[in-house]
Design a protein around this ligand. Sequence first.
Ligand code: ATP
Length: 219
Amino acid sequence: MEKQSYAIIGLGRFGTSIASKLYEADQEVLGIDINEDRVEGGKEFVTHAVVLDSTEEDSLKSVGIRNFDYVIVAIGNDMQASILTVLLLKELGIKKIIAKALNKRHGQVLEKVGADWVVYPERDMGARVAHQILTPNVLNYIELSNEYNIEEIVIPPSMSGKSLRDFDLRAKFNLNVIAIVKNQDLIISPSPDQILNDGDKIAVIGRRDKINDFVNLKN
Ligand code: ATP
């Protein structure tokens, strides 16, 4: 991946988590926080770390914030600071602003003042946990639209020893298997003759209700 530069404003759990993943991926990461201890604690996860108040335009300019490809505003509780920061970043011409919102209203304001992408970590993680509780066989999923998902599913025992053709998910549920995970191996676009075994996982794409019908099959 081409090296990009990221500034993370707010080194709480959320900001630090983003910073460390980007840093591990060999990206250039500037960590910013108003709190000195947070900056000290975050130093090992970033390329540079500075103490500053992101609601002060001159401070943002002093670190060359305009030169960053992405700026991520990971301030949550202080809504005023989060909104003001996004507004300043927008005025400074930052191309990609990502901001964390605590709730829908906060998110709407962040969009209005210029955030390109608003994320709701608590809401989204809550939804994922509920999904996982309701469908324990589903390991991972992506919502493509209101109707369509891609889901990673542990195969039911009734599929074990059968080929994809034998089970014919396409005819039964209008689902397409886009990959099979066998231990550590990933088989992309598997052949219909591919035999499935206990513990295999499949990634399927299809209508959410059809995926649910398949997942809730009694084995
Ligand atoms: P998390 O949920 O990510 O752990 P948190 O609970 O520590 O966050 P938040 O209020 O969301 O608290 O703040 C995240 C970080 O943003 C904190 O470390 C805080 O010091 C920092 N922060 C808040 N206001 C500013 C500001 N004006 N400039 C820079 N950093 C700020």
